[in-house]
Structure formats: C-alpha cells, structure tokens
Design a protein around this ligand. Structure first.
Ligand SMILES: Cc1ncc(COP(=O)(O)O)c(C=O)c1O
Length: 469
C-alpha cells in the first residue's frame, strides 16, 4: 500500500468511527506533514483521495473539512447473544414471502439483495459478450462446459495471485453464481442430520440451503464490526460434532462485519486443529471502501481446508450467473458434484466475463462502484439519523451496500415490513436472517441505489411508521 493511501485510510477510519465529526476540520497539510512525518504532497494526495471518496470537502483558503453527511450519530448494535441449542431450519416460507414482495419495480428497493444495475458497465459487457462469442473456437462450446473457460479461470487465478493467494488453476471450479458453489461445498462435506456452524444473523439463503439439505444449524454470534465470536465458536467446536462452518469473514451479510487479519488467521488455526472445513462466502470481496482489499481466510490455508466462494454477481453482472469456488482439497469432489447436477454455467456468459476482465477496465469500474457505494452509505446513515428514533442502532460497514438496523425493542420488523410495503417501500426484516427467528426488532436496508429525493422521502416515511410502534 502506498503511504498516501495508508494515511487516507487512517483518516477515513477516524471519520467512520466519529473521532472526526461532520463539519470538523481535518489536520492542515502542514500540520499533518510535520506530525506524521510525511511530505506535504503525500498529504495532498491522501486528501484528494478522500475528497473523491466523498468523505471530505475543500473550502477555499480554509482547508479540508469532514463532509456533513459523513456522520455517525447513531450507535452500533451489540454482538448477538449466544444460543446454546442446535436447531432444525425452517425459514423458507418466510423468506419466499418476503422476497416475492420485492418484485414490484415501483417499490423503493431497500429490501433488495443487489445494488442498482445502473452501477454496472452492462453496455461494455455486452460488447465483450458479442466479441467473445464471435471469436469462440467451435470446440469451446463443448469443452468449456466441463473445465470452465480457460481465460476466465486464468483471470480469476491472477486476481488471487495479486491478493497474495497462489492458487493452482485446478483448484478453481466455475459455477452458476456463488450460490451453486456454496451449495456444492456444503453437500460435499456433510450428510443429512449433520451440524453446521453458521453466523447469527446469517444470509437467509444459507438457512435455506441448510433446510434443503436437512442439516442442523449451530448459530455463532457475530460482532457488528469484528465478525464471528471466536470464543463461542471454540466452545461449540469442543462440545458438538460440527461437520462444517459457513462464514463470511469480510463484509458479512447482513452486518457488514469484517474480521481483522489476526482474527482470520486465528479462525483458520482453530478450524485446522479441529479439522473442520470452512466454506468461506466472500461474494462482497471487491466492494471494500479502503485502499487495500481485505485478506481472506483462504490466504492462510496451508492444507486445503478452506473452500473459498466468489462471484461476479455483486460487483459486475448478477444475471450472468458466473461464480466460482477455490475448493482446496475438496475441488475434485466439488467438480464432480457440479457435473452431476448442472454440468456448467453458460459458456457464452463465461467467455463474456473473461473478455471483460482482460479488456473492459474491471478495476476502473470497481473503483467507481466503491466510491458510489461509500457516498450512498453516507447519505443513508445521515438520513436515518434525521428520521429514525434516536435509540435506533446501526452498523457502519467498511464496504458493501447494506446497513443493519436495530430498532427499539417494541418494533416488530415483520409488521414494519408489511406496513412499509403497503406504502411502496421494501426492506429485509430481521427474522429471515436467523434459524431461530431472532432479530425481531432488526432489519437490513440496501443503500446500493443512487440516493435521491424518493429515497429521502422513503426514510422519512419509515421513520413515521417506526414512531407508531
Ligand atoms: C452472502 C451471499 N452469498 C451468496 C450470494 C449468492 O451469490 P450469487 O448471485 O453469485 O449466486 C449472495 C447473493 O445475494 C449473498 O448475499
């Protein structure tokens, strides 16, 4: 990481954690240069970067100030409580009833699982699609079904290499989105009735996969900033015959929590001691706001225990349905399971993404996307502070496009969901994120759409509904 990027991240952290308040002056260039022993041009570069990320603004002849919306007046939620028992999972009906109601295009999409499609370079991707399909050697239309598009696998392996993970290409299985990868991984290492450690709260599809495969959930508490509670996990691993863990170590859905590097290493060591495989769901890996990508637990994997699942759905092209898993020691078994079920993701879609990764300017697009999401997060946080009850708690994630709200105890988020939907606003109510239907006063809101007057009005309306509980 360059020195100015590191300095910019340090200042961004001070803003996010409220040390530097909205409207406050950030250290002058001269002061910062003297105090931190860096050159004035390094400080300038850092401040330009923070300006482009929407965190600070320059005022003529006065210096740089924290943007008014970059504030943190609502507190963070506490870590979820530990559940002693294991549980059968039965959430699908509830999840489908919530998801089914999100389809109306006129609804304000706070409940959506995706960012706005307007943030994706779909026209450029279409060019890659037509070019790559035209150039495709005839045998590829058959061969790429089994092994995956070779250019795509190479590009993905290169991205791993840049992030510090040396991955033999044979470990990579290209799948129909991360969802297929996650399903196959779990099927590979469990049998019906087995115990699987998951997060509380967890991505609702995790619960649905457990339900479908007749697995039992062991819910591990997640801290809203630091990720899963390793002490609880240690206790569960010692007491219960857990067969696999399914965790998100960075930008966890729905909390946005990211574990620090040391904690990721400690998690790996713990699982290694118990020889329990980790299914690492890392679909938001590219949506970090800092200047450095977070490391994965996979990067500490010495003996193929981690199955690392990624996807282009969240950062490039949801409907193309291209994801992958770096399957470690399970790669061959996962590959065979895939051949026995769906055989392959669409060959043209793989070719299009491979071409785009090589020629389309993926990293430039990602930089723009991250900046847009970071600014939109600021807008939603500021709006929540204006309109929601003061006791409301909210996460402040370092990336992604979700905020997790914990409302006052008396708020029933399923009722909130129904009342809001009747007014044309969707949201994702807390109980769909739990095997035991906890989090009844919580909800996940999506800030992945450009902020406008309609978003602001919707937040005001939600605030009035919340006040009515
Ligand atoms: C945490 C998490 N994992 C996996 C997925 C599925 O990703 P894909 O669309 O690539 O199948 C999603 C999508 O909502 C998600 O939020």
């Amino acid at each position: 990481m360059k020195r100015y990027e590191k300095f910019a991240d340090e200042i961004a952290q001070l803003i996010r954690t409220g040390v530097l308040a909205p409207g406050e002056k950030v250290p002058s260039v001269r002061h910062a240069s003297r105090t931190y022993g860096i050159s004035p041009s390094t400080v300038f570069q850092a401040y330009y970067l923070l300006e482009s990320r929407g965190l600070i603004v320059a005022r003529a002849r006065s210096g740089y100030f924290v943007r008014a919306h970059a504030q943190r007046p609502l507190h963070e939620p506490e870590i979820s409580a530990r559940q002693a028992q294991t549980s059968d999972v039965d959430v699908s009906e509830l999840v489908f009833s919530v998801l089914g109601s999100l389809k109306d295009p006129d609804t304000v999409p706070f409940g959506s699982a995706f960012p706005s499609p307007d943030l994706f370079p779909l026209a450029r991707l279409a060019r890659s699609m037509s070019q790559s399909v035209r150039d495709m050697p005839p045998q590829a239309v058959i061969a790429d079904m089994t092994e995956g598009n070779p250019d795509l696998r190479r590009q993905i392996a290169l991205r791993y290499m840049i992030s510090g993970v040396m991955l033999p290409q044979e470990e990579l299985v290209i799948t129909n989105g991360a969802m297929e990868a996650l399903n196959l991984c779990l099927q590979c290492v469990t049998a019906p009735g087995d115990l699987v450690a998951i997060e509380a709260p967890a991505f609702y599809a995790t619960l649905q996969v457990l339900e479908r495969l007749k697995l039992k959930a062991v819910e591990i508490p997640v801290h809203p900033r630091e990720g899963i509670d390793l002490d609880s996990l240690t206790a569960s691993l010692e007491q219960l015959p857990i067969k696999a863990c399914w965790f998100m170590s960075s930008l966890q859905n729905p909390l946005g929590a990211s574990m620090g590097e040391d904690k990721k290493r400690a998690l790996y060591d713990l699982l290694q001691r118990h020889q329990v495989p980790l299914i690492e769901d890392d679909v938001y890996a590219e949506l970090y706001f800092g200047t450095q990508p977070p490391k994965s637990v996979k990067s500490f994997d010495r003996d193929g225990l981690v199955m690392h699942c990624g996807s282009f759905s969240k950062c490039l092209a949801p409907g193309y349905r291209v994801g992958w898993v770096a399957g470690g020691r399970f790669a061959t078994a996962i590959h065979r399971l895939k051949l026995m079920t769906t055989i392959s993701p669409s060959v043209p879609a793989q070719a299009a993404i491979a071409d785009y990764l090589q020629h389309g300017g993926f990293d430039r697009h990602l930089r723009k996307l991250r900046h847009a999401l970071e600014a939109q997060q600021g807008s939603m946080l500021a709006s929540a502070a204006r309109h929601f009850p003061v006791e409301t708690r909210v996460t402040h994630p370092d990336g992604g496009y979700f905020l997790w709200f914990e409302f006052p105890q008396q708020v029933d988020s399923l009722q909130l969901f129904r009342l809001a939907l009747a007014q044309g606003i969707s949201l994702a109510p807390g109980p769909i994120f739990s095997a035991t239907r906890r989090f009844s006063n919580c909800a996940r809101l999506n800030y992945g759409h450009p902020w406008d007057a309609q978003s602001e009005q919707a937040m005001a309306l939600l605030g009035r509904i919340l006040d009515s509980f």
